[in-house]
Design a protein around this ligand. Structure first.
Ligand code: AHR
Ligand code: AHR
Ligand code: AHR
Length: 481
């Protein structure tokens, strides 16, 4: 059985079922998600390998070979057509044209399920999906349940990495107009024990960790690599539950009456569905989503426990974030441009500016050092890399407003993540393309001989699709110094 078969047996059927990694019904064999590639803007649908099975990641890899791909649709498997697509502007604007949110890279969150490769939805700040015309979702004070399997190492304190029920007009329409899973370490509203991240309920104008607004010590920090986050709510009753999605069982962090703060009892749920954003399209949060559902009715703990067992049996596990020619930690490297007309240039820096410069064996020692980089274990994720300046030890290449800069490491989570990059097989022939860990739609790209973290055809001048594959392809060799 799949998770939604279990919810059906429990009398609380799924009214939305979203996953890029697997079918959530044992009989489901249709589309899981759609990707669009950068090379020709065509799309394809990814289905399970077999009914009830894991997504056909190989089909995605073939379709996306030598180009970039974005996740354009996360299909609803429940049959209700509650698909998730690029979120429109609301109280806040997204970064894309017309205020739409970014779409997720199709390759930012690779995993395996029972040894078979699949991809999750890696939400960088600015990324969001939504359905403002969902059918069968809870409205008013009606009961619902939901769970989501998330990456417990990918979060932040921005508002709000959510999955669940929200406003149908993308605006903050008041307390109690949402009921969604929140995951992260925001302390703007509620918090739990320790320093986070926490599973909380986003009930609008408040992330709730328990009965009271603010801190509830019963809600623990939860940091498993794979987290199962559960929220459910009905008339004057709601609960927060959580677990390691790779082993063990669910714990209940809160179960009881609604908060006494005004507007949350009864609830005024509106029934839209959001992923990766707040109810008003707040777009500052990050996180990774693998699968999740919403139900009609208040699921029993027993039903949720059987779903947890099903998730554990799916055996989520990590896999490599890199591909292409391997890098060696501790080595000094150079990165040569491959775009025709520029191939005597190497990735270098001038002060804090990161650029390309013409370098050769007869260059000055100073220039050779400016164009040489020490490979370090990724400051923000040890499965990827950071690049430390040979002539300015302690300074690393990082993105800031999507320009690449050479800045002194300051030990913050923000800096470390901005300075973490995952090399992959080059988009154009031999060599490497160097993907940002935190914004996997973005790569090291030279544009007018200046370095950016650029996406393929995005809104910035430096995102220009023309010459993108060549500009993001680098030949990595021994450093000059
Ligand atoms: O409740 C927290 C957030 O507050 C909601 O997600 C958003 O709509 C509002 O800004
Ligand atoms: O480069 C994009 C973002 O810009 C970085 O993550 C952040 O440090 C800065 O605000
Ligand atoms: O960085 C040099 C060139 O500048 C790039 O190849 C091109 O995309 C831009 O015009």
């Amino acid at each position: 059985a799949g998770p939604c078969d279990l919810y059906s047996s429990g009398g609380t059927p799924c009214i939305a079922a979203h996953s890029t990694t697997r079918a959530l019904y044992s009989a489901y064999a249709a589309q899981l998600y759609q990707v669009r590639r950068g090379s020709d803007s065509t799309t394809t649908n990814i289905t399970p390998l077999s009914a009830g099975g894991v997504a056909n990641a190989a089909a995605q890899d073939t379709f996306c070979a030598n180009t970039t791909c974005l996740i354009t649709i996360i299909y609803d498997q429940s049959g209700r057509g509650n698909h998730l697509t690029q979120a429109p502007p609301g109280g806040f604007q997204g970064p894309e044209s017309n205020g739409y949110d970014n779409l997720a890279s199709a390759i930012g969150a690779p995993v395996t399920l029972n040894g078979q490769k699949a991809y999750g939805v890696f939400v960088s700040p600015g990324t969001g999906y939504r359905n403002n015309a969902a059918s069968g979702t809870a409205t008013g004070d009606a009961a619902e349940g939901m769970y989501a399997v998330l990456d417990g190492t990918h979060y932040n304190g921005g508002c709000c990495f959510d999955y669940g029920n929200a406003e149908t007009n993308s605006l903050d329409t008041g307390n109690g107009h949402m009921e969604a899973i929140y995951y992260g370490d925001s302390t703007s509203w509620g918090s739990g024990a320790g320093s986070g991240p926490w599973i909380m309920a986003d009930l609008e104008n408040g992330l709730f960790s328990g009965l009271s607004s603010g801190n509830n010590a019963g809600d623990p920090s939860i940091t498993y690599r794979f987290v199962n986050a559960v929220i459910k709510g009905g008339p004057n009753l709601w609960a927060i539950r959580g677990s390691n999605a790779a082993s063990g069982s669910l714990s209940t962090y809160y179960s009881g009456v609604r908060p006494s703060a005004s507007g949350y009892n009864p609830m005024s749920k509106e029934g839209a569905i959001i992923l990766g954003i707040g109810g008003d399209n707040s777009v500052s949060a990050q996180g990774t989503f693998y699968e999740g559902v919403m139900t009609s009715g208040y699921p029993s703990d027993a039903t949720e426990n059987s779903v947890q067992a099903n998730i554990v049996a799916a055996k989520y596990a990590t896999t490599s974030l890199t591909s292409g020619p391997a890098l060696t930690v501790g080595s000094s490297i150079s990165l040569r441009v491959t775009t025709a007309g520029y191939t005597t240039r190497y990735l270098a820096h001038t002060g804090t500016a990161v650029n390309t410069q013409v370098v050769s064996s007869s260059s000055t020692t100073a220039l050779k050092q400016q164009a040489s980089w020490t490979v370090r274990t990724g400051l923000g994720n040890s499965a990827c890399f950071s690049f430390e300046s040979v002539d300015t030890p302690g300074s690393y290449i990082r993105h800031y407003d999507f320009a690449l800069l050479l800045n002194a490491g300051d030990g913050t989570k923000q800096f470390n993540e901005d300075a973490t990059f995952c090399p992959q097989a080059a988009l154009a022939g031999a060599g490497n393309s160097i993907r940002s860990w935190s914004y996997p739609t973005r790569y090291f790209r030279h544009y007018n001989n200046v370095l950016y973290a650029a996406s393929n055809g995005g809104v910035h001048t430096f995102d220009l699709a023309t010459s993108f594959n060549d500009d993001v392809t680098w030949v990595i060799s021994a450093g000059f110094a």
